[in-house]
Design a protein around this ligand. Structure first.
Ligand code: SF4
Length: 178
């Protein structure tokens, strides 16, 4: 009986340690990257994760973070910008993540966040932005504007602002679904 008690106490102590370690890691990720408040439930920065895939839109993507905020899911994408201006390509890339979340998690996404070296911008995922994204994807795929890939660098495609519509992207090659 005493032995069983010791085993039980050991298991509880071990579980508590794991919980505290996990919580510590999560908080560290947040503070290092100055994330908005919310629970991280998926990150691509510190460990590889599977891509979000939509067969319907022939779309694939890997947001840097997904956050749970007030019961909803929002994507967060980190970027660098020398001139401090928000890039159109970055907005469309973020919009593609919003669309992927809606497809994969079956819930509406109100906005995403672009983080330029700690300066955060909430980008509303409006119907207008969604339509613009779909138009750009259509044009890239159907009007002969397809970029030709001249490298085998997966990371380059992963960080490319046009990976949401690029049929040459190595993200597609890796996942082979869309
Ligand atoms: S996704 Fe890859 S292949 Fe396509 S434009 Fe970007 S870097 Fe080039």
């Amino acid at each position: 009986m005493v032995n069983i008690l010791f085993v039980l106490i050991g298991i509880i102590a071990f579980s508590l340690c794991l919980f505290l370690i996990f919580r510590g890691l999560s908080m560290k990720i947040k503070s290092e990257n100055k994330l908005p408040s919310g629970n991280i439930f998926r990150t691509d920065l510190n460990k590889p994760s599977k891509a979000l895939v939509s067969d319907k839109y022939r779309l694939i993507g890997k947001p840097d973070y997904l956050l749970n905020v007030n019961g909803g899911i929002i994507p967060v994408e980190f970027k660098t910008s020398r001139d401090g201006k928000i890039k159109e390509g970055h907005i469309l890339q973020l919009a593609s993540y919003c669309l992927l979340i809606e497809e994969c998690y079956k819930q509406k996404v109100d906005y995403g966040i672009l983080d330029y070296n700690g300066d955060k911008y909430e980008i509303p995922f409006t119907d207008e932005l969604k339509n613009e994204l779909l138009n750009v994807m259509f044009n890239i795929r159907n009007e002969g504007e397809q970029p030709t890939r001249n490298h085998e660098n997966y990371g380059k495609c992963l960080n490319c602002s046009y990976n949401f519509g690029c049929p040459s992207s190595l993200l597609i090659k890796e996942n082979r679904k869309v």
